[in-house]
Structures are given as structure tokens and as C-alpha cells.
Design a protein around this ligand. Sequence first.
Ligand code: 5GP
Ligand code: ZN
Length: 139
Amino acid sequence: MKDCIFCKIITGQIPAKIIVETDDIIVFLDLKNHPLVVTKKHIANIYGLDDLLGAQVMKQAIRLARACKKGLEADGVSIFQNNEPAAGQEVMHYHLHVKPRWHKDKVMINMPDTAADEAEREDIVSKIMAALAQNHHGF
Ligand code: 5GP
Ligand code: ZN
């Protein structure tokens, strides 16, 4: 879709730190340094997802949650997903947030961003990818 920032990332028109890519799904680091699970097809929000694609999204969310836990030594992981501006959706292309959490961040009070410069963003991506490759199961 023209003028969609995520479609531009998917087609390689603008760069992103890509963590996983399958036929249907792409996972990349968001501007606040946590992974987003994104459908490759331009679907605005959850209302347009079919069951199969929804299952693909959740499959990747599960893998990414484990990888954040292991690779980034997260104390916890929040999964969240916004639909429509009233719910805080800013990019109108379906995506699910996988946000590593730490006790030191005020859990549940707010969702602080992880401060990170370019080298730290690279480090986050490589740690997640290394943990993904090890394919951890359960904790
Ligand atoms: P929403 O509020 O729609 O749930 O989340 C929007 C997400 O898109 C945020 O996580 C934000 O960091 C991410 N985002 C917006 N613009 C860009 C961009 O240009 N590159 C990347 N990697 N993420 C973006
Ligand atoms: Zn799009």
C-alpha cells in the first residue's frame, strides 16, 4: 500500500532492523527497541486477519517472547496490539508488539521505552536472533 511505512519496510524501500522473515510475516525492531510481528500483507488491523494468518502471527510472537526472555535476559515479556486510533494505533498496518520487561522498569504502571543507541539496537537484534536460533522451549 502506497504511503504505508510498514509496506515500505517490507518492500525494502526504507531500512529496518529485520529479525525474522517468512512468506507471510516480518519481524523487525520498532523505534522503541522492541520487536514488532507484522503481516506482510497490508491489513489495517485485527478485524481483517484470517485465522491462518492470525496463527502465523501468534507462532512468531511465541518464538520472539522466548527469544527476548533468553537472549535479552528479560524478567518478563508484554504482548500488546492496538487497533484503531482510539486504542492507540499509530501505524495502520497490522502489527503486534513483543516487549521485553525488567523489574527495574515500573511494571504495569507504564511501558517505558528502552533507551538504545545504534550499536545497542544492533546488539538487541543479534541477541534475539541468537536466542531464536537456539529455539528454546518453555521456562
Ligand atoms: P502502534 O502505536 O500503531 O501500536 O505502534 C506503532 C509502532 O510503529 C511503534 O512501535 C513504532 O515504534 C513503530 N514505527 C513507526 N514508524 C516506524 C519506522 O519508521 N520504523 C520502525 N522500525 N518502526 C516504526
Ligand atoms: Zn502497509
